[in-house]
Design a protein. Structure first.
Length: 371
């Protein structure tokens, strides 16, 4: 992946050539390594309204490192999720794993018409994309005048292999959906992050945040300041490791171990023998990710992280937020993008509090409806 600061693209709408969004309803659809997550958001007066959401577990090994191993199994899970969601909407916004996208800011001369600009962007993009352009879906967003070059425009380009886009399109179609937007997970998290900022003093202005999305197999670390992603890193560590330890120790199936981990209904000794050592290891991984940031980016910009936000399915492990705060000496909180929204009457608040941190990408995708 190409590095550099990533500014949130307000209307980088799609890696799907010719498919653009309308004002119709839209479902945010996140296909993660362990579950299908769907969110639908509307408005109630001036407030955003969480209308409905669902999390549908995926069969073990249906996904691997963002790659689809069993397209039929994933499509079946998506059909079940759609039925449980109970929405009449058939349009979805999906996202590619960040590692499957190439994105970079470039500068091009200002004052060009649309045709010349597109030609210029393709010419520049070919220097950074290690594949023939006819093998990728390419999109770009004009961010505005370049801060240091008055005669240039700053443009964010984003590309992905067509085959990775098309297999997700196929899954959506198999479940009866039309994919209106193909985003990138890093962009979707930044969109949802705007809801988190609203909960903080001064809405997070001039403060630096480390957002850790802790999934089944990976930790995704994004460092964000004033709407820009300063740093992104993935580490191979996730909740599946604890699930496997539970399976081995208690002779459970994968599904039984996941259910027990979530409900905390496991044999005596689980907390001290398995959970606490895993939480300690996870907090060490988070500290290590911050150390990478401090030695690669922060040292040149004199930035320190002001807040740590924990998201993802494993962020709700008992005691994790306290362990991270103690180890890093940084204020740590669980990310809930729905705190500023109204909830529909049928949504159990207790369940939402448990599920919200795992819905960050799906929430960000659902919010694309209001671009």
């Amino acid at each position: 992946m190409l590095g550099g600061k990533l500014e949130l693209p307000k209307s980088l709408s799609s890696l799907l050539a010719g498919r653009r969004q309308t004002a119709d309803s839209l479902i945010g659809l996140d296909i993660s390594s362990s579950a299908i997550k769907m969110v639908e958001i509307g408005r109630q007066g001036k407030n955003l309204l969480l209308e409905r959401y669902v999390i549908e577990p995926l069969p073990k090994d249906a996904m691997n490192e963002g790659n689809i191993n069993d397209i039929e199994a994933v499509a079946d899970a998506l059909r079940r999720a759609r039925a449980r969601l109970g929405s009449h909407c058939s349009r979805v916004a999906m996202a590619l794993p960040t590692t499957m996208a190439i994105y970079k800011k470039i500068l091009v001369p200002a004052g060009q018409d649309k045709t010349d600009l597109e030609f210029q962007v393709e010419s520049e993009a070919s220097q950074y994309i290690p594949f023939p352009l006819d093998e990728v879906n390419l999109d770009f967003q004009v961010l505005g005048p370049a801060p240091t070059h008055a005669d240039d425009l700053e443009i964010l380009i984003c590309a992905s292999r067509k085959e990775k886009v098309e297999e997700r399109l196929a899954i959506g179609e198999m479940a009866g959906f039309t994919t209106a937007i193909m985003d990138v997970e890093a962009f979707a998290m930044l969109t949802a992050f705007e809801q988190l900022q609203m909960q903080l003093p001064d809405q997070g202005f001039n403060q630096t945040f480390a957002l850790f999305d802790i999934g089944a197999t990976k930790i995704h670390c994004s460092v964000i300041r004033n709407g820009q992603q300063l740093y992104y890193r993935e580490q191979a560590f996730g909740g599946t490791q604890l699930t496997r330890e539970i399976q081995r120790r208690y002779g459970m199936t994968h599904e039984e171990a996941e259910k027990g981990k979530r409900s905390m209904l496991l044999p005596e000794g689980y907390e001290s023998e398995l959970l606490q050592p895993f939480v300690d290891s996870l907090s060490q991984e988070i500290q290590r990710a911050l150390q990478f940031f401090y030695t690669t980016v922060s040292v040149s910009q004199y930035l320190r992280v002001d807040y740590i936000l924990l998201a993802g399915g494993s962020s709700m492990l008992l005691g994790l937020d306290d362990a991270v705060a103690l180890r890093t000496q940084i204020s740590t909180m669980i990310a809930n993008p729905f705190t500023t929204m109204t909830q529909a009457p049928g949504i159990p608040i207790k369940d939402l509090l448990l599920d919200a941190p795992a819905l960050l990408v799906a929430c960000g995708l659902a919010l694309r409806k209001f671009d």
